[in-house]
Design a protein around this ligand. Structure first.
Ligand SMILES: Cc1cc2nc3c(=O)[nH]c(=O)nc-3n(C[C@H](O)[C@H](O)[C@H](O)COP(=O)(O)O)c2cc1C
Length: 209
């Protein structure tokens, strides 16, 4: 089996989703996958970023360090892992803008059959995590991607608060993501990669290779 190409595409203002994305990348690397960790372009004006010290610190830490996500990363990947904070019960505009430029790939069918999965964070335990993940998945349903959720397939999901849609941190961007959440992110990543591996084997068998 060839190494699965895994793109981890995230947006983060204050670092929570960056932590989730990095955990997902490490989990993927640990399975032998090739990875690309990609940051969705920041769109907020500099004054808005500068007004929030945590946002400014995170922006300065990652801009120019983590490469910006591009359509070529989506095209390249077998597996796409998304992580994006909750904004008023939905996804951040920065991520939405990135999704909204995927038309050229979508129209050629190049996003169909990608294995995808999504994570999020919100400040409150019931701050809209499921809604955010569902709204990410809605775009992916239109792509014809194969959405792989964690469900309740591992004890790690229960220990992380029990969100079967995708790993969800309850965090305000002011600290480390808790270990059980990172463990659930690892399980979710491993599950998406396992399903992608089965698909790859099935395709290879069908093609006689
Ligand atoms: C404009 C805005 C809207 C937000 N809306 C919600 C919300 O609806 N529910 C919630 O619990 N947290 C909300 N939050 C808090 C963030 O979702 C939370 O701090 C998140 O964990 C930050 O992720 P990050 O550190 O990756 O940027 C909001 C934050 C901002 C700036």
């Amino acid at each position: 089996m060839t190494a699965l190409k895994t793109a981890i595409i995230y947006y983060s203002s204050t670092g929570t989703n960056y932590q989730l994305a990095r955990e997902a990348e490490q989990a993927a690397l640990d399975t032998g996958a090739e990875t690309r960790l990609r940051r969705v372009k920041e769109l907020a004006p500099r004054e808005a970023i500068a007004a929030n010290p945590a946002w400014l610190a995170h922006y300065d830490e990652t801009a120019g360090v983590v490469p910006e996500a591009g359509l070529e990363d989506l095209d390249w990947a077998d597996v796409l892992i998304f992580s994006c904070p909750t904004r008023y019960g939905s996804i951040a505009a920065q991520m939405k803008q990135f999704l909204d430029i995927t038309g050229p790939l979508w129209s050629k069918g190049k996003l169909a059959n990608k294995v995808v999965t999504a994570m999020t964070s919100a400040q409150n335990p019931h701050g809209g995590q499921e809604a955010t993940i569902l709204s990410l998945y809605t775009t992916m349903f239109h792509w014809g991607a194969l959405v792989v959720t964690p469900g309740y397939t591992d004890q790690a999901v229960f220990e992380a608060g029990g969100n079967p849609y995708g790993t969800s941190a309850t965090a305000a961007g002011d600290g480390e993501v808790e270990a059980p959440i990172l463990k659930a992110a690892r399980h979710q990543t491993n599950r998406a990669l396992a399903v992608a591996g089965w698909l790859q084997q099935g395709r290879d068998a069908a093609n006689g290779s």
